[in-house]
Unconditional design. Structure first.
Length: 305
């Protein structure tokens, strides 16, 4: 990818609107967030930095990274208005080792892949599921395993336990997500005779708010985000995860343009080094996400050759 494409700013602005509190609020593209790190001295790993494309080794170079900040614990805004979370910490650590500066751009989830395809951003860090369909146009550096959660009101008044239990019910979901695709597949399969009424929303927070308002019987989301919200929203007595069985397990990864081989290999090697020296385990523990840990940072769900 040409350097001028790497440095092109995303045009437009968006705020991640939330109906369930400032915890899930987003920030505007008009104030893109530059990485600040954790305040500790950063040690660049020269062997990893050497893997970067030549034009990205200049001290003044900064890439742009698309995200959607309403998706805790992966990305969310803190009280100071900065985007924080597990994936942010991990991307910080990987980028620090590469000696690569970057700026986050917050935008709707459904627009992320299109902005990457158009070279308006250079990478995505947004809890993106690594699927065979997405691999046609993009490359993934996988960093975590996750699955899906069926979010319901606390007490589960509808008695929902499985995806089949959603048949005939109103269900909210994030636009452009693999969970939205799963509901579409459900309506052509197990729920064909009694389809789910699917309503899609720009943010996960908006979808979840439909459950709280009684406008949807459930929301389908990623397990880690669902479990986080079940604990954090209100006093932990507003929502619960209904399913006990694992649904649609899949790796999550940082996303890059298809064929950007050097940048992909650099981030794969950097994430692997973080796994190997225990930094990854520390970041996972900080965010209570150890259950989904990977032993190998894979590319497109395949071990790096």
């Amino acid at each position: 990818m040409a350097l001028e494409h790497r440095m092109r700013a995303v045009i437009g602005s968006v705020a991640a609107v939330t109906a369930i509190g400032a915890l899930m609020a987003g920030c505007s593209l008009e104030s893109p967030q530059a990485a600040e790190g954790n305040g500790q001295e950063v040690q660049v790993h020269e062997d990893l930095r050497a893997l970067l494309p030549g034009e990205l080794r200049a001290e003044s170079t900064r890439i742009t990274v698309g995200t959607e900040s309403g998706y805790p614990p992966f990305e969310y805004t803190n009280e100071a208005g900065r985007i924080v979370g597990f994936e942010i910490d991990l991307f910080d650590a990987a980028s620090d080792r590469l000696g690569l500066k970057y700026t986050f751009h917050d935008m709707p989830f459904e627009s992320l892949l299109g902005e990457l395809y158009a070279s308006n951003v250079d990478a995505i860090a947004a809890a993106m599921s690594d699927t065979a369909e997405r691999q046609i146009d993009y490359d993934f550096v996988d960093y975590y395993n996750d699955s899906d959660a069926i979010m319901v009101p606390a007490g589960n008044p509808g008695g929902i336990k499985t995806l089949k239990d959603l048949c005939g019910r109103p269900v909210a979901v994030l636009t452009g997500s693999t969970q939205a695709e799963a509901l579409t597949a459900l309506n052509t399969g197990d729920c064909k005779a009694k389809p789910v009424t699917v309503t899609q929303f720009d943010t996960d927070a908006d979808a979840l708010a439909q459950v709280q308002a009684g406008k949807a019987d459930a929301e389908l989301t990623q397990w880690s985000t669902g479990a986080y919200n079940a604990k954090q929203v209100g006093s932990g007595d507003v929502f619960e995860v209904a399913n006990t069985e694992v649904i649609n397990p899949t790796p999550l990864g940082f996303v890059f343009p298809k064929g950007d081989v050097e940048l992909v290999r650099a981030y794969q090697a950097s994430v692997q080094s973080i796994i190997d020296d225990g930094t990854y385990a520390e970041i996972l523990k900080k965010h209570d996400l150890s259950a989904g840990a990977l032993k190998t940072a894979t590319v497109n769900n395949q071990a790096q050759q």
